[in-house]
Design a protein around this ligand. Structure first.
Ligand code: GLV
Ligand code: MN
Ligand code: MN
Length: 419
């Protein structure tokens, strides 16, 4: 339903989201992978728009693009709004981008209304929120919260470049990461599409996020022996893919067992499966899997890892291959959103007559990391059929504008509340 009384310009906000979507790999819309030339082109576009809105821009040492508008009383600290402009491969136009465009539109709406806040306000485009080619997600928000360590910087992408070198390429400085760590942010707010069906199925305008899932990523490598697919008898094979395939099945079964409907949330996915050498006439010699396990209950992840550890070892033995690695790539605990900021978002939405509900997030977000250094909260807007991380991802102009307007109201209220 069209909301006509919003304190910001829905068309201007929508135009930003649509314009940025044009900066995509044309063969795989909508793709703007972090650290690529397209990503940097998108960043230039965002930077330009930030400056046109009157923001002073910079890239911090963790590679985050930050637009800043000085407040009347800078000693009060910063209210920050943001999300990310990178996408998954063949992703959508809204995931992350809607949150960055929201921050930008709030700046313009404040300016149009002749409002100068007491607090300094920053709009942040976090670097590489989606899992990057280096195997790590939320690179920028990890950096801003002191959670990007040296081991992570040594991660490499398939052609061998380290994350450390990639960070330099996008304007960061891995040798001075401590400078990206902030202690002056008093509140962080993020708008995001829901990526689920709760709001749409209940015809609600916005969701106030209660918590964000914890995500653990595991790497499993099976090492067998590449061999001729026509001449090697079945009994003599050391087929790494046989062990990997059985492990995929274990992940599915164990996750289903742990997901006790209505009590705890647990999901697990094998989204990366590399087969080497990957030729139709060669017995697979090596396989690499990445498992993504998410929950609101860390004890469930612990249990999951223990079972998958045992079962994948057994699958390796049965296939007569070695399990060369069973390693944790990253581990973020579940996070509760700040109660005070949730109340401010709820009040902001209610002031505008928006319908709402509280709901948890099964997706990861920069807000989860930001909560390590400041009160953080999120607002969700509806997302058609819950579809996300796919080109069909969709949210209506007025749905995004309504969520953005609720943040606008909350920012104005927080400006006088936070002292
Ligand atoms: C972020 O998109 C995630 O993986 O949840
Ligand atoms: Mn995403
Ligand atoms: Mn996102």
């Amino acid at each position: 339903m069209a909301k006509t009384n919003l304190p910001l310009d829905a068309d201007r906000l929508w135009a930003d989201v649509m314009d940025l979507a044009e900066i995509t790999d044309p063969a795989r819309p909508y793709t703007r992978r972090s650290f690529t030339a397209l990503f940097l082109e998108g960043r230039e576009w965002v930077d330009r728009r930030f400056q046109e809105a009157g923001l002073t821009t910079r890239i911090d040492t963790a590679g985050n693009l930050i637009g800043r508008l000085e407040g009347r009383n800078p000693a009060l600290g910063v209210i920050a709004i943001g999300s990310h402009s990178d996408t998954v491969p063949s992703g959508g136009r809204f995931d992350g981008i809607a949150g960055v465009a929201t921050g930008l539109e709030i700046i313009r709406a404040l300016r149009d209304a002749g409002i100068q806040l007491d607090h300094t306000i920053e709009v942040i485009d976090f670097l590489a929120e989606e899992p990057s080619e280096y195997g790590l997600s939320c690179v920028g928000s990890r950096g801003m919260t002191g959670s990007l360590d040296d081991t992570m910087l040594t991660l490499t992408e398939p052609s061998g470049e380290t994350l450390r070198d990639a960070l330099v390429r996008v304007g960061g400085d891995p040798n001075r990461l401590e400078m990206a760590k902030r202690d002056d942010i008093r509140a962080f707010l993020e708008l995001h599409i829901e990526q689920g069906i709760v709001l749409e199925s209940q015809s609600l305008d916005v969701g106030i996020v209660t918590s964000i899932v914890g995500i653990r990523r595991l790497e499993v490598i099976f090492q067998g022996e590449a061999d001729h697919a026509g001449t090697t008898p079945m009994a003599l094979r050391h087929d790494a893919l046989v062990a990997a395939a059985a492990t995929v099945t274990s992940v599915r079964r164990v996750a289903e067992e742990l997901a006790v409907e209505g009590t705890d949330y647990f999901v697990a996915t094998v989204g990366i499966l590399g087969v080497d050498p990957s030729a139709s006439n060669i017995v697979p010699g090596r396989c690499r899997l990445v498992i993504d396990a998410r929950t609101t209950q860390p004890a469930l992840t612990q249990r999951f890892v223990e079972i998958i550890d045992l079962e994948s070892a057994a699958h390796a033995a049965a296939a007569r291959v070695t399990r060369a690695s069973f390693a944790m790539l990253s581990d973020g605990p579940p996070v509760a959103c700040d109660a005070g900021l949730r109340a401010a978002l709820r009040q902001g939405a209610e002031d505008l007559g928006l319908s709402l509900t509280d709901l948890p997030s099964g997706a990861g977000h920069d807000a989860a990391f930001m909560s390590r250094i400041c009160p953080s909260a999120m607002i969700f807007v509806p997302c058609r059929a819950g579809k996300s991380h796919a080109p069909e991802e969709w949210s209506d102009r007025d749905q995004i504008a309504a969520g953005a307007a609720a943040i606008y109201q909350a920012v104005k209220a927080l400006d006088s509340q936070i002292r």
